[in-house]
Design a protein around this ligand. Structure first.
Ligand code: GLP
Length: 243
């Protein structure tokens, strides 16, 4: 694993955006695996800026998202569909038909997940998967204890994730209790992985995930086994790592 240390969130975002932009320049028709949460927002802002300056062209690029809440409609501001459009897609020239997010409104969970997995296969796999890190070590919505063999599947969110994500909702009761997420196997099949982490609040989990044993209780720890992972983190997030 390659570890790139940034001084703060802004520098982390810029360095990570550089890696994504290199991917798009080297392979314009690449498949980007994208993520939500607060961590990637700075990356999206930076990529939009470079697109507006004429440095990036997403017209041949395709994207697949990691996860989506079950039961939230596209126009629900907390859906990841809405998030991706508002924070990234509508500001760049990616074709909406080339962007794929698990269908949170598909009531048949098995179908929604099989469809998403099939799309990834049809696109030829993910060239570069962007990941954030949950407070409890989750990636996507793969919560502690998840089997590493899973493909896209429906999960019951843990109390700690519901609590952590409630900051985006009016009240905690509004946070969905289930989500569709790429599985660990799906994520590990990506050719390259870029994981970003910022802030002191995640310092303990970063240390556990990347310097501790590879165990399902810390889902992100499996990334230690991937042949091409880059962690871009700020100094605060790396403060408890033996570097
Ligand atoms: C959510 C998402 C994850 C994300 C995590 C961390 O649970 N499903 O993909 O990595 O939150 O979010 P944040 O970056 O806001 O800390």
């Amino acid at each position: 694993m390659k570890i790139i240390k940034a001084k703060d969130y802004t520098e982390m975002s810029r360095k990570a955006a550089n890696i994504i932009s290199a991917q798009v320049i080297m392979k314009p028709n690449c498949v980007l695996g994208l993520a939500t949460g607060s961590s990637p927002l700075g990356i999206y802002t930076q990529l939009i800026d470079w697109y507006k300056k004429g440095d990036l062209d997403f017209s041949h690029t395709k994207s697949v998202n990691l996860d989506e809440y079950r039961g939230l409609s596209h126009d629900n501001e907390q859906s990841y569909y809405y998030f991706m459009n508002e924070n990234f897609f509508k500001h760049i020239n990616i074709a909406p038909a080339n962007t794929y997010i698990p269908d949170g409104m598909e009531p048949d969970a098995a179908k929604a997940c099989a469809d998403h997995e099939a799309i990834i296969q049809e696109l030829g796999g993910i060239d570069l998967q962007l990941l954030g890190l949950g407070n409890n070590g989750h990636i996507g919505f793969n919560e502690p204890g998840v089997a590493f063999e899973k493909e896209t599947h429906c999960v019951n969110l843990t109390e700690s994730t519901i609590q952590a994500n409630s900051r985006f909702f009016k009240k905690i009761e509004d946070v969905p209790t289930q989500a569709y997420t790429m599985g660990i196997k799906t994520i590990m099949m990506a050719k390259k992985i870029l994981i970003i982490v910022s802030g002191e609040g995640k310092a303990n989990i970063v240390n556990k995930a990347f310097f501790g044993p590879v165990v399902p209780q810390v889902p992100a720890s499996i990334l230690q086994m991937h042949p091409d992972v880059t962690l871009v983190a700020d100094a605060a997030a790396l403060s408890k790592c033996p570097l």
